[in-house]
Design a protein around this ligand. Structure first.
Ligand SMILES: Nc1ncnc2c1ncn2[C@@H]1O[C@H](COP(=O)(O)OP(=O)(O)O)[C@@H](O)[C@H]1O
Ligand SMILES: [Mg+2]
Length: 258
């Protein structure tokens, strides 16, 4: 294995929902330590593509390699075991549970007393307190508070902290800043950059090229189920890429011909 080997390789992926052709011959590589903006209008196929990577959808044809190994069975549990986590705006936390419980949801640490297993609440509290401070939650928020109390940005921070704590290798953020205030959006964007700097692969999905151009190393644009552009951010401005999206990818040939 060389350092140049992509962490995720997608090869000639096609996916049909019944007769509807949702992903059309998509090939794309993603590397560790890279922040990739996956951009395109609503309905372009961005979420569908990452749902394949998360094991929610099985492609009709084509291949996906993770760390050089071909994925033969698409299943969410297998994706999580390999360290792929998706952060979406609306799902992923239980409002009526504490931050500490949410932090460990499905992965609760257990301690034994006289051979009987108990949830290790003190460990959950200590770890999640450390993380919520590190990830910038308000000082008056404690790990015992219910998630209900948190702002949208703080919820995203808990999910991002969880991804880091559990040593995920891939964090996919699907429209992570929808409904957030400007300040919170900046905070989530800073966290995305921090994750990448720690060596994770971050795939940041948005319909707004201006939102991600300033963060990303590379921009992949999708349109009507196809990948229509794949460019390093320092090679094309946000305005040029926005024009690509507006033209449905058609201006990319002109760009390449220059
Ligand atoms: N489970 C599904 N069944 C049928 N069609 C779907 C399903 N999921 C997505 N689609 C369709 O696939 C297209 C791409 O959707 P999606 O990947 O969610 O787009 P994006 O995330 O880029 O906005 C849309 O036309 C959507 O209606
Ligand atoms: Mg989507």
């Amino acid at each position: 294995m060389t350092n140049n080997q992509p962490l995720i390789q997608v090869r000639n992926l096609d996916l049909y929902f019944g007769a509807f052709h949702a992903l059309k011959n998509v090939s794309v590589d993603f590397h560790a330590g890279e922040l990739v903006g996956l951009v395109g209008d609503n309905g372009a196929g961005k979420t569908t593509l990452i749902r394949v990577l998360c094991g929610i959808h099985t492609p009709t044809s084509g291949e996906v390699f993770f760390d050089g190994r071909k994925i033969v069975k698409f299943h969410p549990k297998l994706a999580i075991d390999q360290g792929i986590e998706t952060i979406q705006q609306s799902v992923g936390l239980c409002d009526n549970l504490s931050i500490a419980r949410n932090f460990y949801l499905g992965r609760e640490p257990v301690k034994r007393f006289l051979g009987v297993p108990f949830l290790d609440f003190s460990r959950m509290r200590d770890m999640s307190t450390k993380v919520i401070r590190q990830f910038g939650l308000r000082d008056n928020v404690s790990a015992d508070d219910e998630v209900e109390r948190l702002s949208g940005g703080e919820r995203q921070s808990v999910k991002i902290g969880r991804a880091v704590e559990f040593k995920n290798r891939v964090v996919i953020m699907d429209e992570p800043t929808n409904h957030l205030s400007v300040r919170e959006r900046e905070h989530v964007n800073e966290l995305a950059v921090q994750l990448k700097e720690q060596g994770l692969l971050v795939i940041y999905i948005t319909h707004d090229i201006f939102q991600v151009h300033k963060l990303a190393d590379r921009i992949v644009i999708m349109e009507n189920g196809e990948k229509v552009a794949d460019a390093m951010t320092d090679s094309m401005s946000a305005e040029e890429l926005e024009e690509v999206i507006r033209q449905g990818g058609r201006v990319i040939e002109k760009q390449e011909a220059v």
